[in-house]
Write a protein that binds this ligand. Structure first.
Ligand SMILES: Nc1ncnc2c1ncn2[C@@H]1O[C@H](COP(=O)(O)OP(=O)(O)OP(=O)(O)O)[C@@H](O)[C@H]1O
Ligand SMILES: [Mg+2]
Length: 335
């Protein structure tokens, strides 16, 4: 068994204010304030760590915020690149009864020098662990020197040269650009992200399957498509499986996609699937089984922190039913 290196290119400090009620434009008093380090790659890493999969979570953190690292679960899995400035903050104001107001800060641009250090540390971790996967999850920041998104291509090339497969979970322009690059082995779009990738709304499992196959044709080995309450699909050029699990309760769906991706990667590590270039075949069915089980567990918990995987629900896995109508409509955000 080797392991997974996750990269969170734009981590965030989640700050939650609990208030009795919220009056916009007035002074509001918080009963409690919670703060914790967050980010999609970090979520994947924490869940894999819980499953005893060897994992390292690379993140750039502003030098002014290093104290935060002492207040995060499993600090020993973190691999920090100190960069200039401060981490961004996402603020949630939660009222009694659960109504939530969010103010999210955009990813802070990063210099080429800082980004190169992030890439170097990530590759170093992959080599040190002889990792099976690099998992790049979450928002990509802008490069302050170029005014464009940070460039992931050299990172992905070097990861693959080191023998790792590349998993990517992001959205928007970076996802559009990287899918046809030939450097991505696995993507984990949700239904909206998949619809936007192919430029059309998806109404059935069959339409989601066809969209996934288009991505396979563009060079993506596996499309792990999460469909919310409709479960998930794992799609490769010559095989496809559908799975779903009944969530014990529906509390908070944020981070369910991260648990899903962790489940798929964790299973593949246990099974010993290896190699980016013509390497071993990945067990789609086994990976999807763990993925939907952990996804359904995640939605039953109040935060993105999973404290134990023992009670993850047992999923149903089968051939995809192309006629199944998706419970939620997809939304195209561009064009
Ligand atoms: N209502 C639900 N009931 C049961 N399982 C659910 C539900 N919503 C989500 N899940 C599980 O979680 C997985 C991921 O959910 P979803 O497709 O919403 O991910 P996502 O939009 O990428 O989430 P995020 O980006 O916030 O982590 C689903 O594939 C499914 O297994
Ligand atoms: Mg997601």
């Amino acid at each position: 068994m080797s392991g997974v290196v996750t990269l969170t290119p734009a981590p965030v400090l989640d700050r939650t204010y609990l208030v009795a009620s919220m009056a916009p434009g007035k002074v509001n008093r918080a009963v409690e304030v919670h703060e914790y380090m967050s980010g999609k790659g970090l979520n994947v890493a924490r869940t894999l760590h819980l499953a005893r999969t060897p994992v390292a979570a690379v993140m750039p953190i502003g030098r002014d915020d290093e104290h935060l690292l002492f207040r995060t679960p499993y600090p020993h899995i973190l691999r920090i690149v100190p960069i200039q400035g401060r981490i961004r903050v996402n603020t949630a104001i939660v009222e009694d009864g659960g109504r939530t107001t969010n103010v999210n800060q955009s990813a802070i641009p990063m210099s080429t020098t800082d980004w190169d250090r992030v890439v170097d540390l990530t590759v170093e971790q992959i080599v040190d662990m002889d990792a099976d996967w690099l998992c790049a999850s979450g928002t990509h920041p802008f490069n302050s020197d170029t005014g464009d998104y940070v460039d992931m291509t050299s990172l992905f090339e070097r990861a693959r040269e080191a023998g790792a497969r590349v998993a990517l979970d992001t959205s928007g322009v970076p996802l559009d650009r990287l899918v046809p690059s030939g450097l991505v082995n696995l993507i984990k779009p949700n239904a909206d992200e998949l619809a936007n990738l192919v430029g059309r709304n998806l109404e059935t499992v069959g339409e989601a399957l066809d969209a996934g196959r288009e991505l396979n044709a563009q060079g993506v080995e596996i499309a792990l498509v999460s469909l919310g309450a409709d479960g998930a699909l794992a799609i490769s050029a010559d095989s496809a499986v559908w799975g779903a699990a009944v969530a014990p309760q529906l509390v908070n769906t944020t981070g369910a996609g991260d648990a899903t991706l962790a489940g798929f990667l964790g299973h593949s590590i246990r099974e010993g699937s290896r190699g980016a270039e013509g390497g071993s075949v990945i067990d789609l069915e086994g990976g999807l089984t763990t993925a939907v089980s952990w996804g359904a567990l995640a939605v039953s918990l109040p935060t993105t922190l999973i404290s134990g995987l023992e009670n993850a629900p047992i999923p149903t896995v089968s051939d995809p039913d192309p006629d199944r109508v998706l419970l939620e409509k997809t939304h195209l955000t561009k064009k």
